[in-house]
Design a binder for this molecule. Structure first.
Ligand SMILES: [Zn+2]
Ligand SMILES: [Zn+2]
Length: 149
């Protein structure tokens, strides 16, 4: 079985690969910043330790302040503008890979929804999975998780 997953930006300058066994969790984020950054109803992100992602090409970052006070750095291709990944400046060891950039995302299972309070009528959160009204404060959870690596 092949666990190696690959993805890239629209123009191909940026590409990445990772072993899907290393994925921590996957989420839909309906926060306003993700809506603006993606130009759609939500961002679908895959949490994975940075050390398990093999990245090629130079990513350009745009930083914004999240509601919980953390600084989110959204990375995109400076040539074609595709959003590739993001991370919180305070926890740079975990990358949030944008699921839409995967070459094959058929294996992906979404664990929960973030910021359902700002979800739009035209893109309702999937209520069959766990919903967080705002930030799930998983940051403290991740810090605990990191200690176990
Ligand atoms: Zn590109
Ligand atoms: Zn978001």
């Amino acid at each position: 079985m092949n666990n190696n997953q690959t993805g890239k930006c629209q123009c191909g300058l940026i590409s990445y690969s990772f072993n899907k066994e290393k994925v921590i969790s996957s989420h839909h984020c309906h926060c306003k910043d993700c809506q603006r950054a993606t130009g759609s109803g939500k961002a679908t992100i895959i949490f994975i330790p940075k050390k398990h992602v093999d990245l090629n090409g130079e990513i350009k970052y745009f930083e914004s302040k999240g509601t919980s006070g953390t600084h989110v750095r959204r990375g995109f291709c400076s040539n074609c503008g595709s959003g590739i990944l993001s991370y919180a400046k305070e926890i740079p060891h975990i990358l949030y890979v944008k699921a839409g950039t995967l070459n094959d995302s058929s294996w992906l299972k979404i664990d929960s929804n973030f910021f359902t309070k700002s979800a739009n009528e035209w893109n309702r959160p999937d209520e069959t999975i766990k919903c967080f009204e705002g930030n799930p404060s998983i940051i403290s959870g991740i810090k605990t998780l990191l200690k176990s690596f």
